[in-house]
Design a protein around this ligand. Structure first.
Ligand code: NAD
Ligand code: ZN
Length: 348
C-alpha cells in the first residue's frame, strides 16, 4: 500500500510503498477514512532533530485518524469488522494511574508504551496510508451514529486538543467572561466552536490572516482582531478595559505570548497550545495579578468521547478541505503558505 512517510528529520515527506499491516494478538488494523494534516507535522519536518524526542523517522505521518475496523487480532472483543472508529492518538502504557483514568497523554510509564511519548504518526506509522496498525484495541473509540470518519479524524486532535484546553478553564468562563483564541486555523477554528458550544463567553479571534479571521467569525467568534502590536489594546477595549479571562494561544511565538500576557484579566488563564518555540518571562509583575500561565498537551479518552458527542449532535463541525493521498504534500504546502482555512484531511 502507499504511505506518506517522514524518512529523516529536516526533510519533506515522501510517498513510498509499504506492506499492508497484519494485526498480532490484541491489535487492530483500520482502513483509514481520513487523516488530518496538523501543523505539528510541519514542525516535525522543519524544526525537530535527533535527540529532541525519544523517537524519530522513518514513520508514516498522520496522527489524527478515523476509519473502519478492517482486521482484528486474536483476542480482540467488542469491535466488529466494518465498524466506524476514531483513533485516540496519545498512546501510553495502559497500566499507570494516568492511563487507567484514560489520560494516556500524561502516561507516567512511557518506556512501556508502544513508542515512548508518541503514537501513530508520531514515531510509529500513522494514518496517511490506506491501512493503519493500532497496537492495542483500547486506542479505538467507536464513532457515534451518523458521524463520518472524514469529520471524525480532525476531531481526534484539532478538536480534542482545544476541547481539553477549554475544559480546563471552564470555571473561568461564566457568562460575562471573555475568551481569546490566537491563531484560528485547524485547532483554532474548532476552539471557537467549542467555546461557543460549551460556555457563554464572548469569543475574540486573533490571527494575522484576514481569511482566518473571517472564517473564525463564520464559526461563531464575536469579534476579530488582527494580530499585531495593537492587538492587546484592542482586546482591552472590547472587554471594557478588564482584559480577557482566558487566552488560548495556538501559535506560541514570543509576540503572541507577550500579547496574551498584556491582554489577560487578573486571575485569568493564559494557555500555550502552539509549539512555536516562544518564551514568556514570568515574574510577579510581568503578568496581571494571579494570571495562570500553562501549557496543554492533547487530551484524554473521555474527553474524546465528549468531543465526538458534540459533533454527532451538530454542535461541533470541523471545516475540512479534502486531499487524496497522492496529493497529501499539497495539504502541507498550503498550510505552510497560509492558503488553508479549517483543517486539511487526507482521504486515502
Ligand atoms: P494551522 O496552521 O492550521 O493554524 C495556525 C493559525 O495561526 C493560522 O491561521 C495562522 O494564520 C495563525 N498565525 C500564525 N502566526 C500568527 C501570529 N503571529 N498571530 C496570530 N495568528 C497567527 O495550525 P494548527 O494545526 O491549528 O496548529 C496550531 C499549533 O498547535 C501548532 O504549533 C501545532 O504544532 C500545535 N499543536 C499543539 C498541540 C498540543 O497538544 N499542544 C496539538 C496539536 C497541535
Ligand atoms: Zn501510562
Amino acid at each position: 500500500m502507499r504511505a506518506l512517510q517522514l524518512q529523516e528529520w529536516k526533510s519533506d515527506p515522501v510517498m513510498v510503498d509499504v506492506p499492508e499491516p497484519d494485526p498480532r494478538p490484541g491489535q487492530v488494523v483500520i482502513r483509514v477514512g481520513g487523516a488530518g494534516a496538523c501543523h505539528s507535522d510541519l514542525h516535525l519536518m522543519h524544526d525537530f532533530e535527533g535527540g529532541l524526542l525519544p523517537w524519530g523517522p522513518p514513520f508514516t505521518l498522520g496522527h489524527e485518524n478515523a476509519g473502519w475496523v478492517h482486521a482484528l487480532g486474536d483476542g480482540v472483543t467488542g469491535l466488529e469488522v466494518g465498524q466506524p472508529v476514531a483513533v485516540y492518538g496519545p498512546w501510553g502504557c495502559g497500566t499507570c494511574a494516568r492511563c487507567r483514568l484514560g489520560a494516556e497523554n500524561y502516561c507516567e510509564n512511557p518506556a512501556e508504551a508502544p513508542v515512548p511519548s508518541g503514537g501513530g504518526g508520531l514515531g510509529l506509522d500513522g494514518g496517511m496510508a490506506e491501512y493503519m496498525l493500532i497496537p492495542d484495541a483500547r486506542f479505538l473509540v467507536p464513532l457515534p451514529e451518523g458521524l463520518d470518519p472524514v469529520l471524525a479524524a480532525p476531531l481526534t486532535d484539532a478538536g480534542l486538543t482545544p476541547y481539553h484546553a477549554v475544559r480546563r478553564s471552564w470555571s473561568k468562563l461564566p457568562p460575562g467572561a471573555t475568551a481569546v483564541v490566537i491563531g484560528t486555523g485547524g485547532l483554532g477554528h474548532l476552539a471557537v466552536q467549542i467555546l461557543k458550544a460549551t460556555t457563554a463567553a464572548t469569543v475574540i479571534a486573533v490571527d494575522t490572516r484576514t481569511e482566518a479571521l473571517d472564517h473564525a467569525l463564520r464559526n461563531g467568534a464575536d469579534h476579530a482582531v488582527t494580530s499585531d502590536d495593537g492587538a492587546a489594546a484592542s482586546i482591552r477595549d472590547i472587554t471594557g478595559g478588564r482584559g480577557a479571562d482566558v487566552i488560548l494561544d495556538f501559535v506560541g511565538v514570543d509576540a503572541t505570548l507577550a500579547m496574551a500576557a498584556a491582554a489577560a484579566r487578573t486571575v485569568g488563564d493564559v494557555t500555550i497550545v502552539g509549539i512555536g518555540g516562544g518564551t514568556l518571562p514570568l515574574s510577579f509583575f510581568s503578568v496581571p495579578y494571579e494570571v495562570s500561565l500553562q501549557t496543554t498537551y492533547w487530551g484524554t479518552r473521555p474527553e474524546l468521547i465528549e468531543v465526538l458527542n458534540l459533533a454527532a449532535r451538530g454542535l461541533l463541525r470541523p471545516d475540512t478541505v479534502q486531499f487524496p493521498l497522492d496529493q497529501a504534500t499539497d495539504a502541507y504546502h498550503q498550510m505552510e503558505n497560509g492558503q488553508l482555512t479549517g483543517r486539511a484531511v487526507v482521504v486515502p
